[in-house]
Design a protein around this ligand. Structure first.
Ligand code: Z5A
Length: 207
């Protein structure tokens, strides 16, 4: 099973992936916990360029190509081999982030985004995508400020983050069978339990 976690800054994806992974491992499942951009040596180098807050001159298309380059490497080197070994893959962000950030956020034509996505992902899509949604963008940004996280995206205006959130909701609306939208402001443990129960249900169906 291939599961992605999406959302705007500080929505709680990383925290939830850790909790879910721990629980699934305790139930005897094999789990790969990974993230984008990154997840491979080459991908982590690309991540360094993408998130470096000094790289303010980066062009939107350069950014788009770099996210897709890292993703293709991630899929071929990590995700596909893990899925072939019956390992549950939990990824912190995947293609939907590119559609939301580079498409709805930066305003790059969605046809260009999807054409490149087809090349990079070869059509691979998660079985389930948990969208951790926080209506008040400030909540997530403040969470990250508290942990002193300041990358190139944290420096963006609030309007950019609002466009990204609206983008995620539009993507989810188009694919209701893949997306599960959850309130990122829910108490941590309550949210983890909800996610774990949904995954367990799906795993039982597969069995
Ligand atoms: N990006 C893109 O533009 N295009 C793409 O294709 C891809 C990515 C793949 C990657 O940064 C950046 O790249 C990202 C989008 C862009 N933009 N930014 N920034 P990243 O990987 O470094 O960061 P991120 O993915 O945005 O994650 P994040 O900002 O670190 O947040 P998070 O993982 O969703 O949240 P967290 O680390 O789990 O939690 C943040 C804090 O909130 C932490 O102190 C938690 O303890 C706290 N927290 C979490 N959940 C809760 C709840 N429920 N209640 C209270 N407090 C909570």
């Amino acid at each position: 099973m291939f599961i992605s976690f999406e959302g705007t800054e500080g929505a709680g994806k990383t925290t939830q992936i850790s909790n879910v992974s721990r629980e699934l491992i305790s139930l005897g499942y094999k789990v790969l916990k990974t993230h984008e951009p990154g997840g491979t040596l080459i991908g982590e180098e690309i991540r360094g360029i993408l998130l470096n807050s000094n790289n303010t001159a980066m062009e939107p298309i350069t950014e788009l190509l770099l996210y897709n380059a890292a993703r293709n490497q991630h899929i071929k080197e990590k995700i596909i081999p893990a899925l072939k070994d019956n390992i549950i893959v939990l990824t912190d962000r995947f293609s939907d982030s590119t559609i939301a950030y580079q498409g709805y956020g930066r305003g790059i034509d969605l046809d260009i985004i999807m054409a490149l996505d087809n090349i990079a992902t070869m059509g691979l899509r998660p079985d389930i995508t948990f969208l951790l949604d926080i209506e008040d963008i400030d909540v997530g940004l403040k969470r990250n400020l508290e942990i002193k996280k300041t990358d190139r995206f944290e420096l963006e205006e609030i309007e950019f983050h609002k466009k990204v959130r609206a983008g995620f909701l539009k993507i989810a609306e188009r694919e209701p069978s893949r997306f599960i939208i959850l309130d990122g402001k829910m108490p941590l443990i309550e949210l983890s339990n909800k996610i774990i129960n949904i995954i367990k249900e799906r795993l039982n169906v597969i069995k």
